[in-house]
Design a protein around this ligand. Structure first.
Ligand SMILES: [Zn+2]
Length: 335
């Protein structure tokens, strides 16, 4: 098995050294068992060529083959070196992937939620946490989805959401400004319009599942908290490669944003999915809320059962009409 693919398969993030591609770093999985504070800053360096590894936090050190044995134990993988068997087709695929997507940004750090005596949250972590709490994101989601932040480079002062595709390859990050002062609220690394946020979970879901397709990451996270299987579009409409990753699913539910651009995007996406012979439903927010992210769990559950409509030509007509009504400040049909 190849080390980088093995890390991806476990959703373990790694940074690559900018000039020496043989050097990577990960958040050290040994710090805590060595009674150090948890590493969220990628302090375990690993040379994938010779297997030398060293953590700058807990001091853990190893060389091959012990490095691979230790990683196998903590990540439950089967490495004998960093370069497992890779066939020609796989190699081509890897190359293509690297041309489309960017690696993890250099300044990425995992976000901590709880402060400890040894390591209190710094001002950036605290601000990012306040922002996420305000939007309903939970500690469990932060941990499971490896949500991070950055204070340098082009993603500075943004909360970063790592994205893996349905084969669990790392594809990049979505960066959300937490200061309210940056010109772009969202900044994505390149290529992300080809994949969904949360796509890495799709492989586990059977084709019978009712999958929820949301406009943004916070909507998908809200749907997930309400117990639904959800992914988020990472662009303004469904791309061809996103459509092909939905191949096995029949029932696709679109969670609408109750504003003009949201409705335009729903129409586009619903048309593409209907043409692909999917059974499409559209769900609208309730209680005057704008989107799933604004609703509480109970409200989402209510909207899913009471405010869902099968998509057909008639609904498309009503949605277009609703868009006009919203412009004039009038109530749309679902409110
Ligand atoms: Zn360590």
């Amino acid at each position: 098995m190849n080390l980088l693919r093995a890390l991806d398969s476990r959703n373990v993030l790694y940074r690559q050294h900018q000039t020496n591609l043989n050097e990577i770093s990960i958040c050290c999985p040994f710090c805590e068992e060595r009674k150090e504070s948890e590493d969220t800053r990628f302090r375990l360096g690993i040379n994938i060529q010779n297997g030398l590894a060293h953590c700058f936090n807990c001091g853990w050190k190893a060389r091959a083959p012990y490095t691979w044995e230790a990683l196998n134990r903590v990540f439950n993988v089967t490495l004998e070196s960093a370069f497992g068997e890779v066939d020609v087709a796989q190699e081509e695929e890897e190359k293509e992937h690297q041309q489309i997507f960017e690696p993890l940004p250099q300044g990425f750090c995992l976000l901590r939620w709880q402060e400890t005596l040894k390591a209190p949250l710094d001002e950036f972590e605290a601000a990012a946490k306040v922002y996420l709490e305000r939007r309903g994101v939970t500690e469990k989601q932060v941990r499971q989805k490896k949500i991070g932040y950055c204070t340098s480079g082009k993603f500075a002062y943004r909360i970063l959401f790592p994205v893996w595709d349905e084969t669990k390859k790392f594809c990049g990050v979505v960066g959300r400004d937490w200061t309210g002062k940056q010109k772009l609220r969202y900044l994505n690394s390149k290529g992300l319009e080809k994949v969904f946020y949360n796509a890495h979970k799709m492989a586990k879901w059977t084709g019978q599942v009712h999958i929820y397709l949301a406009e943004g990451i916070f909507d998908a996270l809200a749907l997930e908290r309400a117990g639904e299987k959800s992914v988020a579009l990472l662009g303004s409409s469904l791309t061809e490669s996103q459509l092909s990753s939905l191949q096995k699913f029949i029932n696709i539910n679109l969670m609408a944003d109750a504003d003009g651009p949201g409705l335009v995007s729903i129409l586009k996406t619903a048309d593409i999915l209907s043409d692909a012979e999917k059974r499409v439903k559209v769900i609208f927010p309730i209680n005057g809320k704008k989107d799933a992210a604004e609703m509480l769990d109970g409200e989402i559950k209510k909207a899913l059962t009471q405010n869902n409509y099968s998509y057909d030509a008639q609904l498309a007509f009503r949605i277009r009409h609703a868009e006009e009504k919203l412009k004039m400040g009038e109530k749309p049909f679902w409110a």
